[in-house]
Ligand binder design. Structure first.
Ligand SMILES: NC(=O)c1ccc[n+]([C@@H]2O[C@H](COP(=O)([O-])OP(=O)(O)OC[C@H]3O[C@@H](n4cnc5c(N)ncnc54)[C@H](OP(=O)(O)O)[C@@H]3O)[C@@H](O)[C@H]2O)c1
Length: 329
């Protein structure tokens, strides 16, 4: 593929939202020693993609302009670098790219072997692409700070999942229910039925007073909150937590970081824990296996062709996706 051109969608500067995306022809990337060239079949978007464009992580991300966003991929192996051991041409895979380099809104992309996993025929490219950032974040939050054992062997825990209809939340509900948990979830009225069907034991409409107060209808206190929403102060969480309850905040802002520090310094039993994703192929493999076995369902909000990637981008920015937004080359 060296020297060939491909269709890609990139932005050249911070800001601009969907209108800042440009359709371009750029060279097909060449895989380095430990890399795989993929023909893309699906890319899923995450809020971090447009937050990087907005400049929320400047000056760290993106590494340079122009930047082709998108990190979560389903595709087919076209070429492998000389150091690649576990994949061959024609393999179907799921891969996660780095946020520094991106590359997912294109016809082809290069992925590191260490964050690429095999995709069995039962798992579609879109289902696979839905998993990396959202699924790995849900998995990390539940298994590490919340300490839930997904084989069901741990002691019973009451979990609250906020924004349970979103990309992370809908996967978190299902993963939490693999453990020994009682799950309370929040979402908008239109998604209550869906979130119940994913396994939540009780669901609160976040626009009602009870929902805004996060009160468990069955009177439970939460051992862990997987907080996928935003804008909820510690004072709302605190009265709903069990004695050693933890809020795991996957979008920690300044207030959350202050609460984290204060709770640590005062040896509070109730804690706020900011979470940053550390992706691991072994966990991605586990998620793909769950999808294959029918134990994890990826809800797809919408699919958009690469030629209309800006519609997908606008949908994600809008903040009201139910499940994952997918772009198909
Ligand atoms: N720490 C990390 O490494 C990491 C990793 C992944 C994601 N994140 C962050 O986690 C957040 C969630 O990501 P996501 O992909 O799940 O987002 P998303 O898919 O865009 O979330 C959209 C969903 O959230 C619901 N929602 C919004 N506000 C809500 C509220 N106050 N209460 C209940 N539901 C609410 C919306 O429901 P309605 O349409 O009914 O309003 C919609 O279904 C983002 O801020 C993202 O940047 C962080």
């Amino acid at each position: 593929m060296a020297g060939k051109l491909m269709h890609a969608v990139q932005y050249n500067e911070y800001g601009g939202g969907a209108a800042g995306l440009k359709h371009v022809e750029v060279p097909v990337p060449t895989p380095q020693k430990d890399e795989i060239l993929l023909k893309l079949e699906a890319t899923s978007l995450n809020p971090i993609d447009w937050k990087i464009q907005k400049g929320m992580l400047r000056p760290l991300l993106p590494r340079k302009f122009p930047h082709i966003p998108g990190t979560d991929l389903g595709g087919e192996v076209l070429e492998v670098g000389p150091g690649v051991k576990n994949f061959k041409v024609g393999d179907k895979v799921v891969a996660m790219l780095s946020h520094a380099t991106g590359g997912g809104l294109a016809k082809f992309a290069v992925a590191k072997e260490r964050l690429t996993v095999a995709r069995p025929p039962e798992v579609s490219a879109a289902e696979g692409a839905a998993l990396p950032v959202a699924g790995l974040t849900a998995h990390q939050a539940l298994t590490q700070p919340a300490g839930i054992k997904l084989d069901g062997s741990g002691k019973q825990a009451n979990i609250l999942i906020t924004a349970a209809s979103g990309g992370v939340g809908h996967l978190a509900v299902q993963l939490a229910k693999l453990g020994n948990t009682h799950v309370t979830a929040t979402c908008g009225a239109r998604n209550i039925k869906l979130v119940k069907s994913l396994g939540a034991d009780e669901v609160l409409d976040y626009k009602t007073p009870e929902g805004a107060a996060l009160k468990s209808p069955s009177g439970r206190k939460y051992d862990a909150v997987i907080h996928c929403g935003s804008g909820i102060p510690w004072s709302t969480f605190e009265p709903n937590l069990s004695e050693n309850g933890k809020v795991i905040d996957i979008t920690p802002g300044v207030n959350a970081m202050l609460t984290f520090a204060v709770k640590k310094l005062t040896f509070s039993k109730k804690q706020l824990i900011p979470l940053l994703l550390f992706p691991k192929a072994e966990n991605l493999n586990y998620l793909v296996k769950l999808v294959r076995e029918g134990k994890l369902k990826t809800v797809i909000d919408s699919k958009h062709p690469l030629s209309k990637a800006e519609d997908a981008w606008a949908k994600s920015i809008d903040g009201h996706a139910t499940g994952k937004v997918i772009v198909e080359p």
